[in-house]
Design a protein around this ligand. Structure first.
Ligand SMILES: Cc1ncc(C[n+]2csc(CCOP(=O)(O)OP(=O)(O)O)c2C)c(N)n1
Ligand SMILES: CC(=O)[C@@H](O)[C@H](O)COP(=O)(O)O
Ligand SMILES: [Mg+2]
Length: 587
């Protein structure tokens, strides 16, 4: 039997029947199970390997699901999923129709709170604890949060509140001294001092917030963990257990290169090695186009600075951080702060490029409105991972940005169709604008090898025709336009294709021309069909009394689950085949 102990576990009830002495052998089995599957199926790796002992201990000591266990972000919850009834479907992790890569309430009673975005666990667990108290019930509530996630504003807000409550809340701080990239900030320095015992004579931060603090303890020592969790179980009020773990524990490469093995893709399950890169020259990822272009621009404009909230590798701002450490900043998981920091910099004449994943900018919506647009401060937002991102699923798709930004006055909204356009938009923005600008681009590779063309200014609000026909006009925005143009050319369709480029200001002059010469208009976007390009064109059509038909194609009004982007595009009806059917029906 490959997993003799794990095979005896379907639910934590089974786990709790184990002798404590057996658990030591269970931990390597659980680790091996995760490695066996993730090495082939891909997914988040290092974080789950790091909390194997903690996961076993939590389910062993607490009466889950009666006791409520909340994971922060949830990318570390693979062990939890495997021990809570999903071992036999774990191989479907992140596949279309398979289980989610994050805890999800609809998936299991053991997933007490849906996650994906960080730093929500303490608030959610506190809410649960307060509800338990109001119901005169008795349960335990545990939030497990990482060292990078606890540094975020939301987590601090929750600690601040919990500290003056009597809530039966245990916060387990899983401190591995790294997020996706190395953790940053004063809190990280404080935690490091705490680890080394240098804090003697210093007031403990968590105790100062009225938490009963204990730690740090070795999060890979099952005996210690179980003993301490048993003790914690019998305490009341807000308390924090500081646990020290190693991200990637048990796989040498993952321990050594923790950034790469956060989510390494496929790897050899025995050696841990990543597959060799084949020699083919591939077009760069959009994030790399951003990363290389900002550095190029910053070399000739000393006012340019770069800001990322905790995603230097994912956004490729790392390229500039390495070359110009004084002018590129990782501010930690702090999207709200990143936006207002950029606004402050603009007031003093800097030209900040603030790069944030589209989905994470949702966190800083008020800051975009109140601190940036309302004051007409020309922050340059580069929104990565726009559109459907694939296997991370509903929590991570960047499909709302066009709609949620469209409502904001005095904000320029752009979506480049390809890498050259992205580069030129960044150049245009760096030349100085009177208003803030948000440009959004997707996850993955672009389709142009020779993208480093000489810079060209793009007039703000100017669209461009990519083909001209009659009767039917297709208006696209963003990289989906490349698919549209390819379809038109390969199918030899005699239709008009307008790359809108800007959602705001919208090129009304050109739209009027289209209205006057076409019977049917199709809009296509990889954003939600409410409030984006389609609705903008519809609104203008109504204002200008356009008599033809308008067909909106976009992401339907529902949360799109996880799966490959190709499958998801098809499901959402924004794929090539669906578009062709629509166009043929109009021609
Ligand atoms: C609001 C938000 N911003 C950024 C991210 C991207 N993200 C996912 S995991 C992670 C690092 C989390 O680090 P930590 O809490 O220390 O957990 P670890 O991975 O070390 O277990 C980041 C930045 C996110 N999920 N949510
Ligand atoms: C859990 C999380 O939020 C990140 O790890 C995210 O999955 C990264 O996404 P990319 O792989 O697109 O950088
Ligand atoms: Mg961490």
């Amino acid at each position: 039997m490959a997993y003799p102990l794990l095979d005896r576990i379907d639910t934590p009830e089974d786990l709790r029947r184990f002798r404590e002495s057996e658990l030591k052998d269970l931990a390597p089995e659980l680790r091996r199970f995760i490695i066996d599957i993730i090495s082939e199926k891909e997914g988040h790796l290092g974080a789950s390997l790091g909390v194997v002992e903690l996961t076993i201990a939590l389910h062993y000591v607490f009466q889950t699901p009666r006791d409520l266990l909340v994971w922060d972000v949830g990318h570390q919850a693979y062990g939890h999923k495997i021990l809570t009834g999903r071992k036999n479907v774990f191989h479907t992790n992140r596949d279309l129709g398979g289980i989610s890569g994050f805890p999800k309430r609809r998936e299991s009673v053991y997933d007490t709170f849906g996650v994906g975005h960080s730093s929500t666990s303490i608030s959610a667990a506190l809410g649960m604890a307060m509800a338990t108290a109001l119901k005169n019930d008795s349960r335990k509530h545990i939030a497990v949060i990482g060292d990078a996630s606890i540094a975020s504003g939301m987590a601090f807000e929750a600690l601040n509140h919990a500290g003056v409550s009597n809530a039966d809340l245990l916060v387990v701080l899983n401190d591995n001294a790294i997020g996706i990239d190395p953790s940053v900030g004063a809190l990280k320095q404080y935690l490091t001092r705490t680890k080394s015992g240098n804090e003697t004579g210093q007031e403990n931060l968590f105790e100062a917030l009225n938490f009963d603090y204990y730690g740090p303890i070795d999060g890979h020592d099952l005996d210690k963990l179980i003993h301490e969790l048993e003790r914690q179980k019998n305490l009341k009020g807000p308390r924090l257990l500081h646990v020290r773990t190693t991200k990637g524990k048990g796989l040498q490469q993952a321990e050594q290169d923790q950034v790469k093995y956060h989510a390494p893709g496929r790897f050899d399950k025995i050696t841990g090695e990543l597959p060799p890169k084949n020699g083919d020259k591939l077009p760069p990822k959009y994030q790399e186009v951003f990363g290389e272009t900002i550095l190029e621009l910053a070399k000739v404009n000393e006012k340019i600075v770069g800001i990322t909230p905790a995603m230097p590798t994912g956004s490729s701002l790392k390229i500039m951080m390495e070359a110009m450490p004084d002018r590129a900043f990782d501010v930690g998981i702090a999207e709200q702060h990143a936006v207002t920091l950029a606004a402050g910099m603009v007031t003093q004449g800097l030209v900040p490029f603030c790069t944030i994943y589209s989905t994470f900018l949702q966190r800083a919506y008020d800051q975009v409105i109140h601190d940036v647009a309302l004051q007409k401060l020309p922050v340059i937002f580069c929104l990565d991972r726009a559109g459907l991102v694939g296997k991370d699923g509903a929590t991570h798709h960047g499909v709302f940005d066009l709609a949620y930004l469209n409502l904001i006055p005095d904000l320029i909204i752009a979506a480049p169709m390809d890498a050259v356009e992205l580069r030129n938009l960044m150049f245009t923005a760096s030349q100085g604008l009177d208003l803030p600008i948000a440009m959004r681009y997707p996850r993955g590779r672009c389709n142009i090898l020779d993208w480093k063309m000489p810079f060209q200014q793009i007039p703000i609000g100017e669209s461009r025709f990519l083909s001209k026909g009659s009767k039917v006009a297709l208006i696209s925005i963003g990289t989906i336009g490349s698919m549209v143009q390819d379809l038109i050319e390969s199918e030899k369709l005699s239709i008009t294709h307008l790359d809108a480029r800007f959602l705001k200001p919208f090129d009304v002059k050109v739209l009027k021309q289209i209205f006057s010469s076409h019977d049917h208009i199709v809009t296509i976007e990889d954003g939600t069909e409410i409030g984006g390009l389609g609705d903008t064109v519809l609104g203008l059509a109504s204002q200008l009394s356009y008599q033809g038909s308008i067909h909106k194609i976009g992401i339907p009004d529902q949360f799109i689950e996880h799966g490959s982007t190709a499958d998801l595009h098809k499901m959402a009806g924004i794929d090539r085949e669906s578009l062709l059917i629509k166009i043929k029906s109009l021609i």
